[in-house]
Ligand binder design. Structure first.
Ligand code: ZN
Length: 360
């Protein structure tokens, strides 16, 4: 394993000297900067730390308070079953009989990580959930706008399935037709309502109504969810004098461009959109991103990196602190931030805290 590291310059390193300069032109008169990020594998521990490190750096640079908001997805880790070739899923919190308990454990596993990282950064952190987001009238009316523009926006938000990814639970068993194969849009009135019909494998047909002000729970695919989330965050931030930044792993760049273009189609110009910052990825030897969906063999090999509890059990608090010092240093040098890192890099970092630094 090599122990020297190089930090080559890439295009962005010629554009700014300090990562904070990317926000300068829109930071006027803002009273706070808020960073949003989500999900939980080591890649996410690294991006979560990046969110905190960026928050700390921008807070010091602009001399305003900063906060980190974790945007939780309570439908992750849910139950999936296939009936007659159609996939149905049930959110973790809806899965009986111990759904609520399992959902709580799921939330607690995130809290451990936030508390740990927040203790190092001294940046306050809080959690928002999708369930709260989708009840907001602006979220619901944005979904109606997306449905209205289906023809033009589909190529950006769901070219694979050629349908806007919105779905509703069966009122009896809470299962959702995951890919809306049985779904029909029965009625649509611009800005007012959409009525959908779905088919449950057990309870037959059911209709659901979406309006800006009702409380019928809707689930959406990731692309639609991100458009809605960014509209709501941008709008609320503007009202509150907040500068919003969304933090994601660099693997999100291609889809973030599509989300951005969808926002343009919905009438949100650049000035009305939030800033996005993409964090370095954690890669295996071949350059593949470590993911919770990796094979059993990969899981064995990368066990220390796959979750916050695993990382703690292999490297302890000392490992977390070393990681924090390293990640914080990335935000001070664009050559360190705009690149990716392999598991070999982290193995050496955790074991020896060693890298001969700063060669470019
Ligand atoms: Zn049902």
């Amino acid at each position: 394993m090599k122990t020297n590291i190089t930090y080559p310059t890439t295009t962005i390193n010629y554009v700014v000297n300090d990562i904070a300069e990317l926000s300068a032109h829109r930071m006027n008169d803002k009273k706070e900067v808020v960073f949003y990020y989500g999900s939980q594998i080591l890649g996410t521990l690294v991006s979560g730390m990046c969110a905190h490190a960026l928050a700390k750096h921008l807070s010091e640079y602009y001399k305003i308070p900063a906060r980190v908001v974790f945007t939780g997805l309570e439908n992750e880790g849910g139950i999936v079953k296939t009936v007659n070739g159609i996939k149905y899923s049930r959110m973790l919190c809806d899965h009986q009989p111990d759904g609520l308990k399992r959902f709580q454990e799921f939330v607690d596993s995130f809290r451990q990580m936030f508390t740990s990282v927040s203790g190092l950064s001294l940046i306050p952190t809080e959690t928002n959930f999708y369930t709260d987001l989708q009840t907001k009238p602006l979220a619901r009316s944005t979904l109606l706008n997306i449905i209205e523009k289906t023809d033009s926006i589909l190529l950006l938000l769901n070219p694979l399935r050629k349908q806007i990814g919105v779905r509703f639970k069966c009122p009896e068993c809470k299962y959702i037709d995951k890919h809306y194969r049985t779904q029909e849009l029965l009625e649509f009135i611009l800005k007012e309502k959409a009525i959908f019909r779905n088919e449950c494998f057990e309870h037959g047909g059911y209709t659901r109504v979406l309006t800006p002000y009702n409380d019928e729970f809707f689930d959406v695919n990731g692309m639609v969810r991100n458009v809605i989330k960014e509209v709501v965050i941008s709008s609320e931030s503007e009202t509150e004098g907040i500068y919003p930044v969304i933090v994601k792993g660099r693997d999100w760049v291609p889809t973030a461009i599509m989300v951005s273009e969808a926002l343009e189609l919905l009438g949100y110009s650049y000035e009305k959109r939030l800033q996005r910052m993409f964090t370095p990825l954690v890669l295996d030897w071949s350059g593949a991103k470590l993911s919770k969906s990796c094979s059993a063999e990969d899981k064995k090999e990368h066990a220390p990196f796959l979750s916050y509890p695993d990382l703690m059990s292999y490297y302890g608090v000392d490992g977390i602190e070393k990681l924090w010092v390293e990640v914080l240093s990335w935000t001070k040098d664009t050559r360190k931030f705009y690149r990716d890192y392999t598991t070999d890099f982290f193995t050496l970092l955790f074991k020896e805290g060693l890298f001969k630094p700063g060669i470019s």
